[in-house]
Ligand binder design. Structure first.
Ligand SMILES: Cc1cc2nc3c(=O)[nH]c(=O)nc-3n(C[C@H](O)[C@H](O)[C@H](O)COP(=O)(O)OP(=O)(O)OC[C@H]3O[C@@H](n4cnc5c(N)ncnc54)[C@H](O)[C@@H]3O)c2cc1C
Length: 500
């Protein structure tokens, strides 16, 4: 492949990340343009509202040191160990290991650690670039492998931008009143393409080093300019980030750690605008092959819907918090309490079982990549759109109303009112009041506070709203063959079947 000096220049400016400390350092001084609460933030890495999300992303590096067996994988590209978030899965065991890592990180952070979209973009592009080349004699696969090798060697974070703002949902990209609600190619020059438009809800977008931009839906010929897949550095010229607010995020600006519920970890979503951003050819992995947009969306969502196994880790934390608070309230053995904890666990493990089953039933694609079983992946994600809400309801039931009526940490520390609160808000006499309140704040955080974004609404809409899974389940449910089974056993003649 000929050298691409534009791409080489971009890589020359990229850091190499050895560990969590390096990662945090690598986010500084990038000169990015980010707005948060009406202000352009000079150094986002230092902003208290962003800190929790950086910590959560950092946990994906720290895990490589504490649990290398979970966080690292063997790369055929580099010949060494690489972070599993940059690894292409080639076997069912690889996919199971990925989900175990995701659950563990969910347990450790209690939030979204932001790397699964990039991981799933890498995995789906491995096979889709391979298939496009086979159909069109292009060289996307080799370009992609070169890009991925560089990413693995430098141990960098890749975010994924698939969801466009989309405007009027009843219209296709080329029919929209504002053409920028779907990202598209607006020019070609000097060994690359120029893109304009936006991507919404991007998880960990600013916390990453690179963003992979992918089409959000299947496309027709009229939308050819939207059939574009490119990788772009987070600090590329022409990019603007607007930070998404989360419930109770203002508590991170207050003194103290208690009212935040989970003071160390949080998620991040950003709206990202691309104003004529230049992408060198070496970082273009689809350009106009409209018929492959559907394949890409389907493979990406199959991987990504299973990635919601991370939510079982958050579920573990919430079940633990509910059990803790029941104990602190002095009623751990009441039969309905035990039964509710069992119910929460059953729901959580039901999510896990559908995800792990889909990993074990993986298909190996022609490129050599292993992909979760599509039906089971959709079922797993559909479970995720529902069960965390019920688990959250039960956790709130066990916590009691104080979870939403308790005074602030500042009141608890107050010279005059503090001692009174210590007495009045106590549960079991041998449990410090503050501990009880802290656990309640954690439940608040996960069910209606900042990390409810990651535990609940992300579970609902991330990787596609519930209807998207129902469409896929409906497509694959194969009712005719099931009807044939029923007819055979019922003794109904074959020729009475519909259409035959
Ligand atoms: C916390 C969070 C993190 C996310 N992270 C990422 C990320 O990192 N990268 C990324 O690319 N995306 C991300 N997403 C986006 C996610 O994939 C979308 O939210 C999801 O695809 C739904 O799109 P939407 O939010 O635009 O909802 P909408 O499309 O507005 O859907 C709202 C409702 O309208 C229905 N609807 C939509 N269109 C139609 C139609 N044509 N006909 C009938 N009904 C329709 C839907 O079924 C749904 O019920 C994230 C989302 C969340 C909430």
């Amino acid at each position: 492949m000929p050298a691409d000096t534009h791409a080489d220049d971009l890589w020359a400016a990229m850091p190499t990340v050895r560990d969590g400390g390096d990662y945090v350092q690598s986010l500084r001084d990038r000169g990015t343009r980010l707005f948060l609460m009406g202000e352009q933030v000079k150094e986002p890495a230092d902003h208290p509202m962003i800190a929790g999300s950086i910590n959560a992303m950092r946990a994906t590096y720290d895990l490589a040191e504490t649990h290398p067996e979970l966080a690292l994988a063997d790369s055929p590209l580099t010949g060494g160990k690489v972070n599993r978030f940059l690894h292409v899965t080639t076997s069912p065991a690889d996919l199971v290991a990925k989900h175990r890592m995701q659950r563990t990180l969910g347990q450790q952070t209690g939030t979204c650690f932001q790397r699964c979209v990039g991981q799933d973009a890498v995995n789906s592009l491995h096979s889709v670039t391979f298939d496009i080349d086979a159909a069109h004699d292009t060289d996307y696969h080799q370009r992609f492998l070169t890009f991925l090798t560089r990413l693995q060697e430098r141990n960098l974070v890749l975010a994924g931008g698939m969801t466009d703002p989309k405007g009027d949902r009843s219209k296709r990209p080329h029919e929209q009143a504002d053409p920028e609600v779907f990202l598209k190619v607006v020019g070609r020059r000097d060994g690359g393409v120029v893109v304009r438009g936006a991507k919404a809800h991007m998880t960990g977008g600013w916390n990453s080093h690179w963003i992979m931009l992918l089409p959000t839906m299947h496309l027709t010929d009229a939308d050819r300019d939207h059939a574009i897949v490119v990788a772009v550095p987070v600090d590329a010229e022409g990019i603007t980030f607007v930070y998404g607010r989360q419930a109770s995020d203002g508590r991170s600006l207050e003194p103290g750690t208690m009212d935040q519920g989970n003071a160390r970890f949080g998620g991040q979503e950003v709206l990202v605008h691309f104003d004529d951003v230049f992408i060198p050819d070496a970082h273009v992995f689809m350009d106009g092959e409209v018929e492959f947009a559907r394949t890409l969306v389907q493979r990406f969502t199959t991987y990504h819907r299973s990635s919601y196994m991370c939510k079982t880790g958050l579920g573990d934390v919430l079940i633990g918090a509910a059990a803790e608070v029941a104990d602190m309230n002095g009623v751990p053995n009441a039969s309905h309490i035990v039964d509710k904890l069992v119910e929460m666990t059953h729901l959580n493990e039901t999510i896990w079982s559908s995800g792990i089953a889909g990993a074990n039933e993986a298909e190996i694609l022609p490129s050599g990549a292993a992909i979760n079983d599509a039906m089971l992946s959709n079922v797993a994600k559909h479970n995720v759109t529902r069960f965390p809400y019920e688990i959250a309801r039960l956790a709130q039931d066990l916590a009691g109303g104080l979870m939403v009526t308790m005074p602030s940490e500042a009141d608890l520390r107050h010279e005059e009112i503090g001692p009174l609160l210590e007495r009045l808000l106590a549960g079991r006499a041998d449990v410090p009041t503050e501990d009880r309140l802290r656990v309640m704040r954690l439940i608040e955080n996960l069910t209606i506070g900042r990390n409810a974004v990651g535990y609940l609404t992300e579970s609902l809409h991330g990787a596609g709203s519930p209807q998207a899974q129902r469409i896929e389940i409906g497509r694959a449910m194969d009712a005719p063959s099931k009807r044939a089974m029923a007819r055979r056993l019922a003794g109904v003649a074959d020729d009475t079947s519909p259409g035959g």
